[in-house]
Design a protein around this ligand. Structure first.
Ligand code: NAI
Length: 348
């Protein structure tokens, strides 16, 4: 956690990204203003069309300086632009080796899976299928490299088991395709089995990714903490978000040894709904809750989290993706009202 500045305030990098990111960040800023949250934002942007890396370098320097960031997703662009993903480059540069999603159902919110789900996804975040190392070896034959290292497999497995231990969880399930990718996923699986031996109090099992997707939609309650490589992680995250109510609810946390970046869990841009005042603001606001919590501003994090729940669960004020008829600003106004009510009653 970075040290606070004068008055206990933190400066955090804010990268609005593309699509719905900028409008949602305006809501984050406004809620922080009315709630007196002790955070100042350094706002940085990346032009998705530019193929130079100057703006990316500037963003990375800003995050290194502040230690913490909140971000929307940067549009990667179509195949023909040839521009590599800035999201991936940013995570790699900052060595944000793990992505964590707390997938806990919002009771009463319409969802594909009506019963309560409570799963933690721990995903390797910097290598695997996201190595972006592809080439056409001869005409019509393309090779794409999947990089799995013992070092990063161990870091992510240890994170999963430590998380389980510290949060009273009982089981870690490692997800893989080691029956086909015997060397790469085999290394990931063997490493997690080795790490599991250091945590005899936590049960460890493993499951092949295809079966895992089927099990998730038929019996998600068997999962507790899930540990997996990068591509399986994004697929499983999107499946679970879909079961629980879609892209607009859950947040995701990216951690390395030195920096932390908070963002919506499914990491998409929502470009088709941008500027229409219909995007669900909850995932981005939950990212802000995670960020406040990480900075040690627990009281403010709890106020914002409670205000979101009161609005979405108790009052049923929800955007169309959750079966409601409220606009983004309707949801935000109600959350803001609760934040103001709670903070005005606080004795600091
Ligand atoms: P998208 O941005 O089109 O979103 C998928 C669906 O979720 C759309 O129907 C969208 O309207 C809906 N949605 C997203 N956020 C919402 C919100 N807050 N409230 C209500 N509905 C919401 O996703 P797509 O096409 O997968 O990705 C677009 C861009 O995001 C691409 O540049 C891609 O590279 C990037 N991206 C997407 C990831 C994903 O997991 N889908 C992961 C990483 C990057």
């Amino acid at each position: 956690m970075p040290k606070a500045q004068y008055g206990g305030r933190h400066t955090v990098t804010m990268l609005p990204g593309g699509g719905i990111g900028p409008e949602l960040m305006e809501h984050v800023k406004e809620i922080f203003r009315v709630g007196g949250m002790p955070v100042d934002f350094e706002i940085v942007n990346i032009d998705p069309q530019s193929d130079g890396n100057l703006d990316l370098e500037y963003v990375i320097t800003s995050i290194k300086r502040n230690g913490v960031a909140i971000k929307g997703n940067i549009e990667t662009g179509s195949l023909d632009t040839g521009i590599a993903s800035r999201n991936v480059a940013l995570r790699n540069e900052l060595d944000l080796f793990v992505n964590v999603l707390n997938c806990k159902s919002y009771e009463g919110v319409p969802a594909r899976y009506p019963d309560k789900i409570d799963i933690i996804i721990v995903r390797q975040n910097t290598e695997g299928e996201y190595a972006m190392l592809e080439h056409e070896s001869v005409n019509g034959v393309v090779e794409s490299m999947k990089i799995v290292t013992a070092e990063n497999s161990e870091r992510v497995a240890r994170f999963a088991f430590e998380y389980a231990k510290q949060n009273g969880r009982k089981k870690v399930t490692t997800i893989h395709k080691a029956n086909i990718m015997k060397i790469s996923d085999g290394l990931f699986l063997e490493t997690s089995r080795r790490v599991a031996k250091d945590y005899p109090e936590i049960q460890h099992n493993d499951m092949i990714i295809d079966n895992c997707c089927m099990q998730l939609v038929s019996n998600p309650h068997q999962f507790d903490v899930m540990n997996m490589t990068n591509l399986y992680g994004t697929i499983v995250s999107n499946v679970i978000c879909g079961l629980m109510g879609g892209a607009g609810l859950l947040s995701g946390r990216n951690y390395g040894d030195h920096y932390a970046v908070f963002e919506p869990g499914t990491r998409n841009t929502g470009t088709s709904i941008a500027g229409k005042n219909i995007a669900n603001p909850v995932a981005m606001l939950n990212a802000a809750v995670d960020m406040l919590d990480h900075l040690g501003h627990k009281t403010h994090a709890n106020i914002l989290s409670r205000s979101i729940r009161k609005t979405v669960v108790d009052d049923g004020i929800r955007t169309a993706d959750l079966g409601g008829s409220a606009s983004t600003s309707d949801v935000v106004s109600k959350i803001k009202k609760y934040v103001i009510e709670e903070t005005s009653q606080m004795k600091w």
